[in-house]
Ligand binder design. Structure first.
Ligand code: ADP
Length: 344
C-alpha cells in the first residue's frame, strides 16, 4: 500500500510517497516559492497539481501539523472537527498552522475519499511532566491562555528515539537518551524510558538552542527593552528574534557550511555560542535523566558536521559517552503514524 506524506510550509509543499510495510521511498518532490513574485505557482492547490501525483494509487495521506495544543496530543484521523481545532490553534502557531491547514484543505479537495491523518510536532512532548511544561508565570496565564511549553520537532525526536533504540539493541521503553535535532531550527530533547520528559523549544519554536536565524533562550526583558527604548513594534521584534538573530545575527551568515569556511572572529564566536548552548542543555538533561545511554545527533548540522559534534563532545564530563549520528526522517515517521493509526 502507498502512503503519501505532505509537509506544507507557507511558501512550500513537500511530498514523499512510501510503500508500506516495506517503507520504501517511491517519490520525493518539493515545490518552493509558492505565491512569491516571479513564481509560476500561485497557490498550494496549484502546487499539488504540479507534484503530479496519481491519487488513485494512494491508500492514505499523512500531514505534518506543527501545533496540536493540549487538545490534539496524538495523531488523528482528520475530520471537520479536527480541522476546526487546528484552526483554533492558529493563535498559538500563527507562522505554521495556517500553511499546514492549506496543505490539508487542498489534499482533501483533491482526494476526498482517501483517509487523511494529522501528525503533530508537539505530540511526542505530550508526556512532559507539569514541572517541565509550566513557566513560572501567573498560573492563570496557563489556564486562560494556554501559555506553557509545548515543544516542537516531536516527530523527529520520536523517530530518533526509535532508531536509537534499534542501534542500542534495546526496547524503546528501556532507553534514556538526549536527542539533538540541529538544523536551521534546532532543539534538544531529554528522553527517559523512551518518552520525552523535557525539551528546549517552548511555547513557540523560538526558545532553546541558538538556531540559524532564531535567538533561542534570551532574557524576556530584552523584548520589552526593544519596544520601549528602540520603539520597535511587536511585528519588528518578532522579525528580529526569528529572522535576524541566531548564527545570522552574530556573524551575518546562517548557513553553517559557510561559517565553517570563515576564519574571522565573529564566525568563530557564532559557533562557540551555539556549541556552548548545546552543552548547557546536555548538562541539564544529564542531571534530569541521571543515566544516559547515548547522545543522538541529527538534522543538517548534527548529521553532517563532525566538527560541531566534536566541539559539543569536547568536555571532560562527556568522556566515554556514546554518541549516535542518525539521519532524521520526519516524513517517514508521519507515514509510520498513518500506518499505525489506520491499522492498515
Ligand atoms: P532545516 O531546519 O531547514 O530542515 P537542515 O536540517 O537542512 O535545516 O540543516 C541546515 C543546516 O545544516 C545549515 O546550517 C547547513 O549549513 C548545515 N549543514 C548541511 N550540511 C552540512 C555539512 N556538510 N557540514 C556542516 N553543516 C552542514
Amino acid at each position: 500500500m502507498k502512503i503519501a506524506v505532505f509537509n506544507a510550509g507557507s511558501s512550500s509543499l513537500k511530498c514523499k510517497i512510501f510503500e508500506f510495510p516495506a517503507k520504501t521511498l517511491l517519490f520525493c518532490k518539493e515545490i518552493e516559492k509558492i505565491g512569491e513574485s516571479g513564481s509560476a505557482i500561485a497557490s498550494h492547490a496549484e502546487a499539488l497539481e504540479a507534484l503530479g501525483i496519481d491519487f488513485s494509487e494512494i491508500d492514505a495521506i499523512g500531514h505534518r501539523v506543527v501545533h496540536g495544543g493540549e487538545k490534539l496530543q496524538e495523531s488523528v484521523l482528520i475530520d471537520n472537527e479536527v480541522i476546526k481545532t487546528i484552526k483554533e490553534l492558529i493563535v498559538l502557531a500563527p507562522l505554521h498552522n495556517p500553511a499546514n491547514l492549506q496543505g490539508i484543505e487542498v489534499a482533501r479537495q483533491k482526494a476526498p475519499n482517501i483517509p487523511q491523518v494529522a501528525v503533530f510536532d508537539t505530540a511526542f512532548h505530550a508526556t512532559l511532566p507539569k514541572e517541565a511544561y509550566l513557566y513560572a508565570l501567573p498560573y492563570e496565564l496557563y489556564e486562560a491562555e494556554g501559555i506553557r511549553r509545548y515543544g516542537f520537532h516531536g516527530t523527529s525526536h520520536a523517530y530518533l528515539a526509535k532508531e536509537a533504540a534499534k542501534e542500542l539493541k534495546k526496547e524503546l521503553r528501556e532507553i534514556n537518551i538526549i536527542t539533538l535535532h540541529l538544523g536551521n531550527g534546532a532543539s534538544a530533547c531529554a528522553i527517559k524510558k523512551g518518552r520525552s520528559i523535557d525539551t528546549s523549544m517552548g511555547f513557540t519554536p523560538l526558545e532553546g538552542l541558538v538556531m540559524g536565524t532564531r535567538t533561542g533562550d534570551i532574557d524576556a526583558e530584552i523584548v520589552l527593552y526593544l519596544e520601549r527604548k528602540l520603539a520597535k513594534t511587536p511585528k519588528e521584534v518578532e522579525h528580529i528574534l526569528n529572522k535576524e538573530s541566531g548564527l545570522l545575527g552574530i556573524c551575518g551568515e546562517n548557513d553553517l557550511r559557510e561559517i565553517l569556511l570563515r576564519e574571522d572572529e565573529r564566525a568563530k564566536l557564532a559557533i562557540d555560542i551555539m556549541v556552548r548552548r548545546i552543552q548547557k542543555y546536555i548538562g541539564a538533561y544529564m542531571l534530569l535523566l541521571e543515566d544516559v545511554d547515548a547522545i543522538v545527533f541529527s538534522g543538517g548540522i548534527g548529521e553532517n558536521s563532525k566538527e560541531i559534534r566534536d566541539a559539543v563532545m569536547d568536555n571532560a564530563l562527556l568522556k566515554g559517552m556514546k554518541t549516535l549520528v542518525i539521519a532524521t526522517d520526519e516524513e517517514l515517521e508521519i507515514a509510520n503514524e498513518c500506518y499505525r493509526l489506520l491499522g492498515l
